[in-house]
Write a new protein. Structure first.
Length: 357
C-alpha cells in the first residue's frame, strides 16, 4: 500500500473529539487563524498550510542553539516521519493523544500530522508548564518538554507513552520517571530531521543510548559530530553540531554541542556533561556557560532560575561533588528570577545570559 498523501486524512482522526474531512479542516483552520485564541492561531495557520496543494511548507527553527531560521520541508517527508513514529511506538487508530506544545515549532506541528496520518484522537490545550487538561482521560501518546514533565509527575499515571524533547533530561527527572508506570522516552532530533530520528528509554541512570529509528543511518564527521542519513525524511545528509559517541551501527551517546564548548585556560569543557553531573544537586532549572575572562579566555559560570538560592553556599556544595574535575567547578554562581525562553518554550541561553552581564 502506498504511503498516504497529506490530503488523505485518516477517517479515525478526531480533533478535540470532532471528526473533520479535509475540506472541513480547511474551514476550521481558517477560523482558528482569525478567531482563535492566540495559541490556536498557529494551529489554524498550520492546518491551512497542510491542506493546501503545496507539496512543501516553511518551518522556523527554535533558535535555542543558534539564530532562528526558516527551512522548507516536504510534506511527504513529514508523513514518512509520522509513519515511522507510529510504527516504533505501536500507535493505533483511535488511540488518544495530546498536543500541549506550541504549534509554532516542528514538535507541535508533528503531533497534528501524526494524528491526521495515523487516525489518532487528538486533544489540544494551551501550552503551559502544567498542560494536562482537567478531564478524566488517559492519553496513549504525549510529547512534552522536561519542565512540563517535572511539573506533572504526580499525574503521570494518565499517560501511557511519553516522549520528552527540547532539552536533555537530567538525572533527577530520569530517576523520578523510572519509578512511574509511564513508558517515557528521551528523543533526539531537530527541525531539519522533522523531530526525532532517535529515541532512548528513560531509566534511573544514564546507561541507555539513543537508538536510531528504522531507515536512519548515523556516522561521524571529522569533528566527532553526528551525521544523519535518512532518505525518507531528508533528500540530503544532515551534518549536525552534536558531539556523539557511536555505539554499534545505530546507537549513539549524546555528549553535547560542538558550538557550545567552553575553552577555559586551554581546557575544553562540554556544558551538557557538566550539567548532567550537577543535576543531582540543583532542583531548579539551570545551565552552565562561558563568560569572557582576561586570564582564562572564558570562565565557567552557573546560572540558576531561583533568586532564593544562596549562591555562595551552592558553590561550596558543588566543590564537594566528586564527579566534577577541578576544571568543571564553576568560577561563579548567578541566580535569576526567570529564564528567557524561545517561542517553543526552550531555554534561550543567550538572552538569559544577558541578564547577568
Amino acid at each position: 500500500m502506498a504511503n498516504p498523501t497529506w490530503h488523505n486524512i485518516h477517517p479515525d482522526f478526531r480533533l478535540n473529539g470532532i471528526r473533520f474531512s479535509t475540506k472541513e479542516l480547511v474551514k476550521i483552520g481558517q477560523y482558528l487563524s482569525i478567531e482563535g485564541e492566540p495559541f490556536e492561531k498557529s494551529i489554524g495557520d498550520f492546518l491551512c498550510d497542510w491542506t493546501s496543494d503545496a507539496s512543501t511548507l516553511n518551518v522556523q527553527t527554535s533558535g535555542s542553539t543558534g539564530n532562528p531560521k526558516t527551512i522548507t520541508l516536504k510534506k511527504e517527508h513529514m508523513v514518512n516521519s509520522a509513519l515511522a513514529t507510529g510504527a516504533y511506538f505501536g500507535l493505533k487508530p483511535k488511540q488518544k493523544a495530546l498536543l500541549c506544545l506550541p504549534c509554532t515549532g516542528i514538535a507541535g506541528k508533528m503531533m497534528l500530522v501524526r494524528a491526521m496520518v495515523l487516525g489518532l484522537h487528538l486533544d489540544y490545550v494551551e501550552p503551559s508548564s502544567t498542560p494536562l487538561p482537567n478531564n478524566d482521560k488517559t492519553y496513549d501518546f504525549v510529547a512534552m518538554v522536561p519542565l512540563q514533565v517535572q511539573n506533572l509527575l504526580d499525574t503521570m499515571d494518565r499517560i501511557k507513552q511519553l516522549i520528552v524533547g527540547g532539552a536533555p533530561v537530567d538525572l533527577s527527572l530520569r530517576r523520578a520517571l523510572a519509578e512511574l508506570s509511564v513508558h517515557a522516552y528521551e528523543t533526539y532530533g531537530m527541525t531539519e530531521t522533522i523531530t526525532h530520528i532517535a529515541v532512548k528509554r528513560i531509566n534511573a541512570e544514564s546507561t541507555s543510548y539513543f537508538e536510531a529509528l528504522p531507515n536512519v543511518a548515523v556516522s561521524l564527521d571529522d569533528r566527532g559530530c553526528l551525521v544523519i542519513d535518512a532518505p525518507n525524511i531528508s533528500d540530503e545528509k544532515i551534518i549536525t553540531n552534536d558531539l556523539v559517541e557511536l555505539i554499534g551501527e545505530n546507537q549513539f551517546n549524546w555528549l553535547g554541542r560542538y558550538d557550545s564548548i567552553i575553552n577555559s585556560g586551554g581546557v575544553k569543557l562540554v556544558p551538557e556533561k557538566i550539567e548532567d553531573k550537577l543535576s543531582s544537586l540543583i532542583q531548579s532549572r539551570f545551565f552552565v556557560a562561558g563568560l569572557p575572562d582576561d586570564t582564562l579566555g572564558q570562565k565557567l559560570i552557573l546560572i540558576v532560575e531561583d533568586e532564593s538560592v544562596n549562591n555562595g553556599k551552592l558553590l561550596q556544595t558543588i566543590k564537594q561533588l566528586k564527579s566534577l574535575s577541578k576544571y568543571e567547578v564553576p568560577k561563579a554562581v548567578y541566580s535569576v528570577k526567570t529564564f528567557e525562553e524561545t517561542s517553543t518554550k526552550k531555554v534561550d541561553r543567550k538572552k538569559t545570559l544577558e541578564q547577568i552581564k
